[in-house]
Ligand binder design. Structure first.
Ligand SMILES: Cc1cc2nc3c(=O)[nH]c(=O)nc-3n(C[C@H](O)[C@H](O)[C@H](O)COP(=O)(O)OP(=O)(O)OC[C@H]3O[C@@H](n4cnc5c(N)ncnc54)[C@H](O)[C@@H]3O)c2cc1C
Length: 144
């Protein structure tokens, strides 16, 4: 996929989200050599950055390095639909049939907790654009 893209728009043209960023989308320099750290995370997508964020919050003395071969958000995290919701791409009854009622309920609750957690972190970290979701909108995200 990367081979077909070149020039200044290499990253910006990948998605709506990347095209709307103001900052230059330039890969950071490679590590100059060996590094002595506590945790190495490979990939600066949601999974890697979320992990790095929570590790740093849990123990600020941890030396965490995130290695990314392109730019942050280069993968699916920078190109998705942007929906943060607790709606499952399958039915809850179907899940219960395959994995049992308790597992289906636990999964739905975990997804709802995730939406709440994303909202909490975005609100806590946002300086300019607080996600002051009205109760009804937030309830929709939770699939209520
Ligand atoms: C078209 C589409 C629409 C979607 N819509 C939604 C949606 O609306 N809502 C939703 O919740 N989810 C959606 N998803 C799913 C969601 O985007 C993914 O689940 C999520 O982005 C995965 O994040 P990730 O960090 O695990 O992976 P990625 O975002 O793919 O991150 C992996 C990163 O690792 C880097 N990398 C890979 N190999 C190496 C290496 N060897 N060394 C260094 N770096 C490396 C990549 O460059 C990349 O930046 C969608 C996905 C797609 C494809």
């Amino acid at each position: 996929m990367g081979a077909a893209l070149s020039g200044a728009g290499r990253y910006r043209d990948l998605s709506y989200w990347l095209s709307t960023l103001d900052e230059p989308l330039t890969p950071r320099p490679a590590l100059p050599g060996d590094a002595d750290v506590d945790v190495v995370i490979v990939g600066a997508g949601y999974t890697g950055l979320w992990t790095a964020y929570h590790l740093a919050r849990a123990d600020p003395s941890l030396r965490v390095v995130v290695l990314e071969k392109e730019i942050a958000g280069y993968g699916a995290s920078g190109r998705n639909g942007g929906w943060c919701s607790a709606l499952l791409p399958t039915s809850l009854t179907g899940l219960a049939r395959r994995h049992g009622r308790d597992a289906a309920i636990a999964m739905q609750r975990a997804i709802q907790d995730t939406v709440r957690e994303v909202g909490r972190v975005v609100a806590a970290e946002s300086r300019t654009d607080r996600p002051s979701r009205r109760a009804a909108a937030f309830s929709r995200l939770l699939g209520h």
